[in-house]
Every structure is written in C-alpha cells, then in structure tokens.
Write a protein that binds this ligand. Structure first.
Ligand code: C5P
Length: 230
C-alpha cells in the first residue's frame, strides 16, 4: 500500500457534519498532515469550467484532474489557502455552486481515479487526517481509525448557513437545506465510491456537540487504540 508508511485517520460523512473543522482541529492537535479531499473535487470542477470544458466532458476533466497544479498552503494568519495554477481559489471553491459542481464531477470514475495517487501522496509521517466521503472505504481502506461523522439535516443546513453568511451572498437557509439534501442524495446513490459508512468505521454524532468535544471524542478513540498517548 502506498500509504502504509504513515498512520491514517479517516473522517467521512455527509455535507455539513463538521468534518472539515474537526479534521483540521485533530490534525493540528496531533501535528499530522491534513487532506481535504473535497477541495480536490471542488478545484477539479472549477478547473474544468475555467478551461472551457463541456460540463459533460468526463475524459477531458479526468485528464485535467491528473495534472492539476494545486498547492495547499497556510496564510501567515494560519487560515487555509488553496492555489490553482498559482491563483488563489480559496473563496471561489467554497460557494454552493462550486460544491454542486464538485458533486457532479465526483460521480465520474475516471476523474476519481485521476485523483487517487494525489490523495495517497498526503499520507506521510508523522501521520494523516483525511476528510471526505470515501476515505475509509476506498482511498485509505487500511486506515488505523475510521470515523463516520453525522449530524441531523437541520443542524447541517444551519451550520452551512453560518459558514456561508457573508461569503456567498444571497444564500437562504431554506435553499441550503434543499441543496444539502440533493447533494446527500447524489453522493449516497452514485455507483462509484458512494457515501457509505465503512464497516469498521465508528459513528460519531455531532448534532449536540461542539467542535472541541468532537475532536476530544476522536482523540480518546485513537488513544484507546494506542495510536497516540492520551
Ligand atoms: O466535502 P466537500 O463539501 O468539500 O465536498 C464537495 C463534494 O465533493 C461532495 O459533495 C462530494 O460529491 C465530493 N467528494 C467526493 N469524495 C470525497 C470528497 C468529496 O465525492 N472524498
């Protein structure tokens, strides 16, 4: 396995369950690398659009995805920055439209395969926290700890709304609920790498928990398994 050199914790689940924030918090606490795999799908969709590819050009998108020049870096203030061909796309990929575009290209097997090696390359010592939909089932099936993070649909829509307020003007809570529901359906019912819980994943429900409490719960699970010292 190309990623056996470093321990991997996978955090999968539906949109808005808090995967991104929790994964970042856990990676920071451990001093491990972080893979935001959703960002790769978002960038792939955006790159296709910018290159003028037809929306249904699966092969063109896959070729593009295999050669994308993406850089994940941190601003001096610690916030995340994502560059595509040297251009800052951090904000552009976070809109609901970009999320829907990502969900569409994510149904294409050739594109998913094109992103595989790039995802494996994130697994480097001392370890990796990988956030996505198929991290525990397909990309890192041998992960040392697999979490399936869930929250009620109402809570997820509300969190997404709070996140987007001010960034994506014109979003409404009702519209977001519908979009999240549509994206969940598309992600869970697609034939390739659907959003499903890995058999050996532990379900963590974040509906009534704060970020720090969820990170703490996962930390304890890892310590129990001897992945790190509690
Ligand atoms: O996690 P995020 O909302 O950024 O993901 C955007 C979309 O990318 C998801 O709705 C999903 O369709 C797709 N995705 C995926 N597999 C992953 C991560 C994201 O199919 N590992």
């Amino acid at each position: 396995m190309p990623h056996a050199a470093a321990p991997v914790v996978t955090i999968d689940g539906p949109s808005g369950a808090g995967k991104g924030t929790v994964s970042r918090g856990l990676a920071k606490r451990l001093g491990w690398h972080l893979l935001d795999s959703g960002a790769l799908y978002r960038v792939a969709a955006l790159a296709g659009q910018r290159a003028g590819l037809a929306a249904n050009d699966q092969d063109g998108h896959a070729v593009l995805a295999a050669t994308l020049k993406i850089v994940f870096s941190a601003h001096p203030d610690g916030s995340e920055q994502i560059l595509l061909d040297g251009q800052d796309v951090t904000r552009a990929i976070r809109s609901e439209e970009a999320g829907a575009g990502a969900s569409r290209v994510a149904t294409w097997p050739a594109l998913r395969q094109a992103l595989m090696a790039r995802q494996h390359a994130f697994a480097r010592p001392p370890g990796l926290v990988a956030d996505g939909r198929d991290m525990g089932t397909v990309v890192f099936p041998g992960a040392a700890l697999k979490i399936f993070l869930v929250a009620s649909p109402e809570e997820r829509a509300q969190r997404r709304y709070n996140q987007l307020k001010g960034k994506d003007s014109g979003v409404s809570l009702a519209a977001l609920s519908r979009e999240i529901e549509a994206r969940d359906r598309q992600d869970s019912t697609r034939p390739v790498s659907p959003l499903v819980r890995a058999e050996d994943a532990i379900v963590v429900d974040s509906t009534r928990l704060g970020i720090a409490e969820v990170v703490e719960a996962i930390w304890r699970l890892g310590a129990q398994r001897g992945l790190w010292q509690g």
